[in-house]
Every structure is written in structure tokens, then in C-alpha cells.
Write a protein that binds this ligand. Sequence first.
Ligand code: DGL
Length: 264
Amino acid sequence: MIGVFDSGIGGLALLSHIRAQLPDTPILYLADQAYAPYGDLTHDRVVERSRVISQWLQAQGCTLVVVACNTATALAIEALRTFCAIPIVGVEPGIKPAALQSLSQRIGILATENTVASTRYLLLLERFLPDVEILSQGCAGLADAIEQQSEDLDQRLLRYCQPLIDWGVDQIVLGCTHYPLVKERIALLVGPQVTIVDTSGAIALEVKRRYPQLLTGPHGDTSIALYTTGSAVRFDSSVRAYPRLAWLQDLASTELTLPALAKL
Ligand code: DGL
């Protein structure tokens, strides 16, 4: 079984790609909505939440954990790999494909403020500078606005994309797993001269590459189970709001009240 987690529904976009690659593999998904957004948490709290969740997923029988969250990957993946005995696959903004595709040699990245301030992210940038110029845009509140389908979502998207457009980028990298849920809206706002880079498909291929050797448990179980540490009603309504997640709409989520996940 594969365990996948995020602060909320963002990781479900990645889960869709993983499911397409591994249609017969059971998946356990946890949305840590009681602690969202991770973009606002302290470094230590993100590490702690990631550790508690990964250990819970492992205790449920997962043999691989996907950190379907750029913020948790940036702040916690190294610590997680010391805590957990099973393989951990993280996500990373697709700067490499953007750099290869860019004609203007100017790339914009949208991510949480925690991600763009992280050491892991800054080290990633260093691998591509100075061959390309990169403008990092921390998007305070955007993941939350996507979760809640805020009325001002398009205004927020424009506010964060406009500086990138004005600066002359021809690639915008989605550096938060919530943002692919509004990829088409971003594309409409920025126009056809800008390519939106989303690495979910590539990450799903990496999960497939890492998983087959780890198959355990009874054959024939192809279930997907969705859990939230927050409100199942809110989770289900967020899922229903996005056509990309339509295939998950019949799966009601379960509120998780395990003591191990009680507020720290
Ligand atoms: N989906 C997340 C990410 O990829 C988390 C966003 C948040 O909770 O602030 O960064």
C-alpha cells in the first residue's frame, strides 16, 4: 500500500497521477487539514506533523510514503528519512524542465512562503543559476483560497502571477501541490505565451519506479481510502469543487481521531 499526505486536497491532484500509473495498488491518503496551511506553520511544526503522519501511514501497512506537499518536502524530507524505515518520495518544483524549455531564460516559481524561504529550495535554485534567471513568488494564503474556493481566487492568482509576467517569464512552475488544481485558471490569466510547468506526472512515474519492488500484503486490494484530520464535510466539499478530482467524489472521507494525531 502507498501512503500519500498533504496539508489538504492538493496532494489529491498528484494521487490522480499515481493512480493512473498504478491502477491496482491500494492507496491511503491523509489530508492534515487540522494543521493547514503548512505554508504558515513553523519549521519544527511541519517536521513534527510530517513525522507523525508518516509513522501513522507506516503503521497502517504502507510500504512507501509520498510527501505530496512541496512545503513538507522542503522543510521535513531529510528528517523524515531519518525517522522512517520505509522509502519516502517527495516533490520538488520543476525548475529543470522549465529551464530546458525557456526561451527568455526567465522562469517564475509559485510556491508557499515557507517553501521559497527554505534551504532545500535555495540549494535547488543554485543548481540552475546563473544559466537562467528565476523569480520566486511566495503566495501567502493561496493554498487556503484553493481549499475554500474563495471568491477572490482569480484576483489572488493574478496578484501573484502579474509580477512574473511583468518580469518577462515564459515558464511558470507550480511549486505547491494545490496549484495544479487551478492550472487552467492560471493558464487563462497569464496567456498562451507562458507555459505552466507541473511535475505531477513525472513524480507519479518516480513513485511507480520505486514501488513495485515493495509490494506487500494481500493481492486484489485496489482500494483508495481518504482521511482528514479536519472536517470530513469540508474535505468532501473541497474535493467536489474540482473537476480534476471528480473520480474521487464517491469516496467519502473519514475524520481521523487517532490519539497519535491529537494536537501537539
Ligand atoms: N500543498 C502544499 C504544498 O505543496 C501545502 C500548502 C499549504 O498548506 O500551505 O506546499
